[in-house]
Design a protein around this ligand. Sequence first.
Ligand SMILES: Nc1nc2c(c(=O)[nH]1)N[C@@H](CN(C=O)c1ccc(C(=O)N[C@@H](CCC(=O)O)C(=O)O)cc1)CN2
Length: 280
Amino acid sequence: MTARILDGRATSAAMLDRVREEVAEFSREHGRVPVLATVLVGDDPASHTYVRMKANRCAKVGMESRRVELDAGISTETLVKTIRELSADPAVDGILLQHPVPGHIDERAAFEAIDPAKDVDGVTRTSFARMAFDEGGFASATPGGIMALLDAYEIPLSGKHAVVVGRSPILGKPVGMLLLARDATVTYCHSRTRDLARHVAQADVVVAAVGRPELIRGEWIKPGAVVVDAGYADNRGDVEYEAAAERASFITPVPGGVGPMTIATLLAQTVRAAREGTEK
Ligand SMILES: Nc1nc2c(c(=O)[nH]1)N[C@@H](CN(C=O)c1ccc(C(=O)N[C@@H](CCC(=O)O)C(=O)O)cc1)CN2
């Protein structure tokens, strides 16, 4: 079997076309465009690239982005204060704090300073709980993007065994919850899992979200499985792509799979936040 590609570039482009229309409609109705504030701490080149990509995509759909760049040495208190100010600013609709922040900063405290109504990246406890209870909060951007990609290809999930490799709060954990909400049977694997290969080999759907290039060997993939690779370290996936593609029915490439869907989801959720903000 040779897998069909789950094309995140094409799917996200279609999503962004819809976002562009929604932005135009919002602008006609409210006389302004939605605003996404991005907060970046420090000099990590990859993080700078991702924030720049987000700002570029905002411009392409007619949305405004406001970039806040902070010195690597700032304290948690200063970061929290900056984010609280953005949360209180009526001109800002959505807030994104680029992960990771430098090690001395309490990232959780910084995430929690985001008003849940503006948490378009789905990183707060409130968003997580709303996701877990299926109460319509903002999804974490990458998990939301993964679900949108699976839906675009009409991949059935109900009753399927999904194995999520990784348990980070903004990726592995929430994607498992979203799969569970769609009636998949979910197994989480992580760094202490014994015999990862055995678990992966049982999966109808594999979501690789560990950030360790090619950790998942192609020969582990069950023939016909759907493989979603959310790895992005150095633009390399967590899955041994060529070998996995020989066995899978569908597979995401890296680049061109999950990454573009992450940004499209972030922007879609920003327009939604802007709309919901005006309904209050
Ligand atoms: N606050 C957040 N921080 C981080 C997130 C996140 O969702 N929220 N995810 C990652 C990084 N990330 C977004 O921030 C991200 C990574 C990769 C891509 C992407 O589209 N990659 C392209 C390839 C890159 C290129 O074209 O140069 C691809 O896969 O095709 C988007 C977003 C960690 N931090």
